[in-house]
Write a protein that binds this ligand. Structure first.
Ligand code: 4AD
Ligand code: MG
Length: 462
């Protein structure tokens, strides 16, 4: 079907041309024998005004062009005398693909709450808000590839089903084809996963990092961008059970290189959003006020503040504030602490480095003090942690010691240790939570509003 995307109608300067557009009716009104339809096709924030003169055959179709209807309209682009738009389509023909029953169509002209719209996940992308969010999501996803490809990184695909259960990043979902009515049981008790599909217990991945490491140790700088899964029972506005993660892994590189990469990455992603999604951000700024073009402009350039975990603890102790969770060297930073540091102390993104080894995974490189590891978290206002990363332990002896201390079974990890046996090299990487970042950029209050089909505890409706 020949059709113009509405986005191109506005960007292509086509006044006087005869074109066809398709889309969904937002509103329809009639006055003095002339009708107006506001049409959106999802390609842009903008609405195209259709003007349907009374004498046209198109006018006869109006009873079937209710709010929500899918239609095709052909006509001529004209300069609009109206104030709210520059151009409009003077329509001669309309074809109705599917009308919508105005008595039951859930999206009415009045605004809806985000909670209500979450209940109709299959229709919410038709609203201005979710249209904007999902287009921004696309801009960022595209910019991710542009950024890494432009720097010579190789895009690799790490598995979704994995047998490695040692990230320590939270609870895992088990993947099984066992018959729940006849579960095989071991003599000593417990389920016998050797009789499961893969011959051992398998999980949905929590991170592609470990596999990205072996690919980086052969191909050089690589990145993976895929879905990850965590079965932790976190019912918060920043946790999903299924979320996407972007994980670069760089070789012949240390923690400083890793931080610099993260900083450049965030800056470029913000620039791309400003370049390609300005009208979406402007809309979200106007209606929700949790994001702004000016804020993004600052973010696109502002160097990240760098502090060590030890300094961060000192800042929090200095705060003289009663936090809900205790502040003490050795304890992990909670969301309230992260927000205090970014919103009150530093007023912008902060990179916290060198966390106590006891609260970080086994693969992070042990620092000389033997108490901390070469870790880095990027924290931002409102959202808290958006990036977690580290330099990896490349010294086999130190790695084996740590695995032993933490109680990580070595037998499935021989391949990981091999990377340290044969041509080990300093390397580092990080994971950017894609939805956390989209949430931060769009200012949506709940992470469930930046992914089309959110999965969270007790939530898998669509
Ligand atoms: O800090 P995390 O657990 O780091 C890793 O998984 C490393 N293996 C990454 C690496 O070095 N390659 O997770 C990375 C990021 C977090 O900073 C956060 O943005 C996001 O993933 N994240 C979540 N996003 C949404 N819902 C959840 N439940 C999340 N858990 C982590
Ligand atoms: Mg983390």
């Amino acid at each position: 079907m020949e059709r113009f995307r509405i986005k191109n109608v506005f960007s292509d300067g086509i006044a006087g041309h005869k074109i066809t557009v398709c889309g969904w009716v937002r509103t329809k009104r009639e006055s003095k024998g002339i009708a107006f339809i506001a049409l959106n096709d999802g390609s842009t924030q903008d609405i195209l005004q259709l003007v349907i003169p009374g004498e046209t055959p198109a006018f006869q179709k109006l009873p079937h062009c209710n709010t929500g209807a899918a239609i095709k309209a052909t006509g001529t682009i004209k300069d609009s005398p109206g104030k709210s738009q520059k151009i409009e389509l003077e329509v001669s023909e309309i074809e109705v693909f599917g009308d919508a029953d105005s008595a039951t169509y859930p999206l009415q002209k009045k605004g809806h709450t985000l909670e209500f719209l979450r209940e109709i996940g299959h229709l919410r992308p038709r609203t201005n808000t979710y249209g904007a969010v999902f287009r921004i999501r696309n801009i960022i996803a595209d910019a991710v590839h542009e950024f890494f490809q432009g720097r010579g990184f190789i895009w690799i695909h790490t598995p979704i089903i994995t047998s490695s259960d040692c990230e320590g990043a939270g609870d895992l979902f088990t993947v099984t084809s066992l018959d729940f009515d006849k579960l095989p049981v071991k003599d000593e008790g417990g389920i016998d996963f050797s009789r499961d599909f893969f011959g051992r217990r398998a999980f949905l991945t929590v991170s592609g990092q470990l596999e990205a490491e072996f690919l980086a140790m052969s191909l050089g700088d690589v990145y993976t961008f895929g879905p990850t899964f965590r079965a932790e029972n976190s019912n918060t506005s920043r946790h999903l059970s299924e979320f996407w993660m972007i994980e670069p892994e760089i070789v012949f590189a240390d923690l400083n290189d890793d931080i610099r990469l993260a900083e450049d990455f965030i800056h470029i992603l913000c620039l791309k959003v400003l370049e390609k999604g300005e009208s979406e951000i402007a809309f979200l700024e106007k209606f929700y006020k949790n994001t702004s073009i000016n804020e993004l402009k600052v973010l696109a350039e502002k160097p990240f503040v760098r502090i060590s975990y030890t300094e961060a603890i000192k800042e929090l102790e200095k705060a003289g504030k009663q936090f809900e969770f205790p502040v003490k060297w050795g304890l992990d930073l909670q969301s309230e602490h992260e927000r205090y540091l970014t919103e009150r102390v530093f007023k912008g993104p902060v990179v916290v480095t060198d966390y106590p080894e006891k609260i970080k995974p086994f693969y992070m490189r042990l620092n000389e003090d033997e108490k901390t590891v070469a870790a880095m978290d990027v924290l931002v206002p409102k959202t808290g942690e958006i990036i977690g990363g580290s330099q990896r332990e490349e010294r086999i002896g130190v790695l084996e010691d740590r695995m032993r201390q933490i109680g990580i079974p070595g037998e499935n990890m021989e391949w990981y240790l091999d990377l340290r046996r044969y041509g080990s090299a300093p390397h580092a990487g990080f994971g950017l939570g894609f939805e956390r970042f989209v949430q931060y950029i769009t200012g949506m209050p709940n992470i469930r509003d930046v992914i089309p089909c959110p999965r969270a505890p007790q939530t898998i409706k669509l």
